[in-house]
Design a protein around this ligand. Sequence first.
Ligand code: HEC
Ligand code: HEC
Length: 402
Amino acid sequence: MKNIKMYVLSTFIAVFAIAVLLANSVHSQAPTEAPAGFDNLTNGMISQAQFDADLLTFEERDDIAKGLGPCYNAQACSECHQNPVTGGISQITELRAGHFDGFNFINHPGGSLINDRATNAEIQERILGGNEVRTFRTSLNTLGDGFIEAIDSNTIVAISNSQPASMRGQVITVPVNEAGNALRTARFGWKNQHASLLSFSGDAYLNEIGITNRLNLTENTSNGNSIAAFDPVPDTAPSGEDPANDIDAFAEFMRATKAPPRGPITADVNAGSSLFDAVGCNICHVRTITTAPAGTIINGGAFTVPAALGNKNIHPFSDFLLHNVGTGDGIVQNGGQSTRNKLRTPPLWGMRTRDRLMHDGETVNRNEAILRHAGEASGVVSNYNTLSTTQKSQLIAFLNSL
Ligand code: HEC
Ligand code: HEC
């Protein structure tokens, strides 16, 4: 009797477990919302303790003994990625320059990035004569970037294909440094210069802080001149000035951040949200994108989308494509000469934390940022101009809720 009861019970448990498994597998096919918050909490990709440790590395101030510079921009990632929490934006801009010979953009000697600081006054970089192409670039948000990295490249190509011909965003592929420079569809930086957060971390550690690392073993010059006499820390393989491979912690931190959360939603915000779509802003500032399923191998084989990042709906308000909206800064990075006057549609999530807008930070008012769009966005701006004053302020109330 007892045995029969046990048998019935265990059969029941087994059937129940299978039902739960089935329900879960069906359920897991529907994307879920990515977690959002300016709260210094992990998105679940790693433990909170690991997240806290990675955050400290992202905030760590490097000095000369650790390899800082000799030419650099700041001492820590968080110096420029901090508002309102570590990983966000800041008012800090960078300077880029070069020359246009009538056909091609040519880098400033030593590269288009002009470092603003040096560990010795003798090697301070300055823009040299003949480099008439100049621009500032504002710091970008990195919160939620793990979800952007987890977007399947085909999804970005499909967005481009769905856009009207006159507004079709340009897809470029860029090298993934940790995958032997295998090419992947770009998505990070004002110029879409990277596709992987580890590649971006290695690039930033070298170019912002002056720390060579396993992906970038060659120190920068000063306006093209060697700085070897000012560089006490060797740049030898395997990891250069980054023996602990901090670049992995930077990438892991950014991958584990939550997406920027929405601000308060009011009736005006809802009305502005509809107007944003009605005038066509959402053609480039795409509202919702679903990330690749967990287990998808990305970044040229170097990364597998983890469960916390896979099959998530995100609301970045970007297509991650390059467009000419009449504001091009004339600089060429990883995309070739055809991208000279194009910029990636900046994600608008978290934009309520930004007071200086557009790539150069020179626009300090939402309405003026919209009116500055021309080129491919001309038709959409004409639509915006037909809105009433009330409708325009509703649209801006919506922007301020992002
Ligand atoms: C001196 C300021 C500064 C420092 C320091 C800095 N960054 Fe940045 N960061 C920027 C700017 C400016 C941009 C936009 C650059 C561009 O695209 O032209 C940017 C862009 C990025 C992006 C692209 C974000 C996106 O979604 O497109 C990532 C990722 C990033 N930085 C990571 C890092 C890491 C990691 C460090 C530390 C090793 C770092 N940054 C240090 C200023 C800085
Ligand atoms: C053709 C694509 C396209 C369309 C349409 C478009 N944008 Fe943009 N938007 C861009 C690009 C590209 C930039 C970056 C320009 C720059 O930095 O010089 C940008 C920048 C912005 C910025 C500045 C964001 C920041 O963080 O600095 C805001 C705000 C913005 N757009 C809002 C809008 C609104 C509102 C509309 C609709 C009226 C709109 N955009 C239509 C592509 C587009």
